[in-house]
Design a protein around this ligand. Structure first.
Ligand code: GLC
Length: 483
């Protein structure tokens, strides 16, 4: 490894990162179609030799920025072909409209084909709800980067978007504008008490609705477009209002009455104050800081801070301007907890003791301060960079990149880090994890040229849609489409 005066220069780090990223490219019939999750020959591959849709997002964005649009287009076309288009009679098979969690290239008698995994092979058979949402976001990023709508306007792509919207907006056993999902249906793909209405998926849902609205041709899709227009403002208002936690809100919750029946209820979700760690939060919440809670449901307010949901809420404009500023203030003021020695914690704080045992099912990979249970994930750095730039505080990401830069290459681009400060390379972390590499390059690129933010960010929701949210109360409007 080359060093200059004992230090690795930025150029050397970037060069090595690009080299590693190129190595991770997956080829299908001679064409690049994605990147493998990790290129680590020292451990058994399991499914890390597959291309994960959520993992590919970081690679795709950096490829788009560098004008390497082919691989992204191929990825979008091939994954679209993997999407089931017919109604499924076998309940064990993936439903119509889903996009797989991952896929691999299989050779049979010299013939190559792609094999998808919709969670039916994954550990614990987890459902990837986020894949179809990321897929739409990536299609939009491709359109923004190439300034070419024609791919999205192709009939197969219009059908693909429509089918995704149909599963998301279908009638269901729920009366919130949020998406009801099982545990582990996103980046956190193991049991971690995030079933119900977890922030990460609500934010991706919001962003995907906005992206779909931009790309769907109205003709023939009027019902879906109307359903999106109805859902967007309600979803936005619901998250901004019911997920928000700052010291004022904590004060209100602290004095909540419970068991309120009927329309005049203030404590709408019947949150029992004793379920909230209010003394810890009283100490932890900075005066001007705040964040969106991890989950809201019946008698449930998960007060853990989840990084992806909060950062993407800023990027997608789901958080208000004041909320965005407060989230960034929280990150700044609680730097040691949320960033520490490796940007950044996937969630905070960890589930410990009995709570860890009950909620994770004693998962040895998710012990406190490890992996999904408050481990540190360098991939989150690009979202931190994008959110910092969007909130007008790029120095926050600058500091984070500096910290990561000092270690990532020497540590061989680990998947995640453990410990309260993130100083331990993850117990079971892969090395040469692609989204760690791409996330780092992307963060640097977003800082250098903030205009790239347009690939993934959204402006204010048009005011005619926002005003609709004021007209309706929760549950008073049908925002679903019937199938
Ligand atoms: C782990 C992560 C998941 C990721 C996959 C491949 O399962 O939890 O989010 O997609 O590895 O990197």
């Amino acid at each position: 490894m080359q060093k200059l005066n004992g230090l690795l220069t930025n150029d050397i780090i970037e060069e090595s990162a690009w080299e590693a990223l190129e190595k991770s490219i997956l080829y299908y019939k001679g064409r690049p179609v994605g990147t493998v999750a990790a290129f680590d020959a020292s451990v058994e591959a399991l499914n890390y030799d597959q291309c994960f849709v959520r993992d590919f997002v970081s690679s795709a964005l950096i490829f788009l920025i560098k004008g390497k649009t082919d691989i992204v287009r191929n990825f979008l076309e091939e994954t679209l072909k993997l999407q089931p288009k017919d109604r499924q009679l076998d309940a064990y098979k993936p439903g119509r409209g889903l996009i797989p969690a991952s896929f691999k290239v299989v050779s049979d008698n010299g013939e190559e084909y792609l094999e998808a995994d919709f969670g039916e092979h994954a550990i614990a058979r987890v459902t990837p709800v986020d894949s179809c949402l990321w897929w739409i976001l990536l299609l939009r990023a491709y359109v923004v980067a190439t300034k070419d709508f024609s791919l999205a306007y192709q009939p197969e792509f219009q059908t693909g978007i429509r089918l995704i919207m149909e599963i998301c907006l279908a009638n269901r056993f729920d009366m919130y504008p949020t998406l009801l999902v099982p545990d582990g249906a996103c980046m956190i793909d193991r049991r971690l008490g995030i079933y119900g209405h977890p922030l990460e998926l609500q934010v991706l849902f919001y962003a995907a609705l906005r992206a779909a609205r931009e790309m769907l041709i109205c003709q023939g899709n009027q019902d879906v477009v109307e359903a999106i227009d109805n859902r967007l403002p309600l979803l936005c208002a619901h998250i901004r209002q019911h997920y928000w936690i700052d010291i004022n809100r904590l004060n209100a919750i602290y004095r909540f009455k419970s068991e309120e029946y009927g329309k005049a209820a203030v404590n709408l979700f019947n949150i029992y104050v004793d379920s909230i760690p209010y003394y810890e939060l009283d100490k932890w919440l900075p005066k001007k800081g705040g964040y969106l809670a991890g989950n809201v449901g019946p008698s449930q307010l998960d007060t853990r801070f989840f990084a992806l949901g909060n950062l993407m809420a800023i990027i997608s404009d789901l958080a208000t301007e004041e909320q965005s500023q407060a989230i960034m203030t929280l990150i700044e003021d609680r730097w040691e907890d949320l960033v520490g020695d490796m940007p950044m914690k996937i969630c905070y704080p960890a589930l410990e003791d009995e709570e860890y045992r009950i909620v994770t099912g004693c998962d040895p990979k998710n012990i406190p301060w490890s992996y999904h249970n408050a481990g540190s994930w360098p991939v989150l750095m690009w979202m931190l960079a994008a959110a910092s730039v969007k909130a007008g505080k790029p120095y926050i990401a600058g500091k984070a990149i500096e910290i990561a830069q000092a270690r990532l290459l020497e540590d061989e681009w680990p998947e995640y880090y453990d410990g309260k400060k993130g100083r331990l390379i993850g117990k079971q972390a892969r090395k040469y994890q692609t989204w760690t590499i791409a996330g780092f390059l992307l963060a640097a690129e977003l800082m250098e040229n903030p205009s790239h933010l347009s690939l993934i960010s959204f402006d204010k929701l048009p005011s005619e849609l926002v005003s609709r949210a004021c007209e309706f109360e929760i549950g008073s409007v049908d925002t679903s489409i019937s199938l």
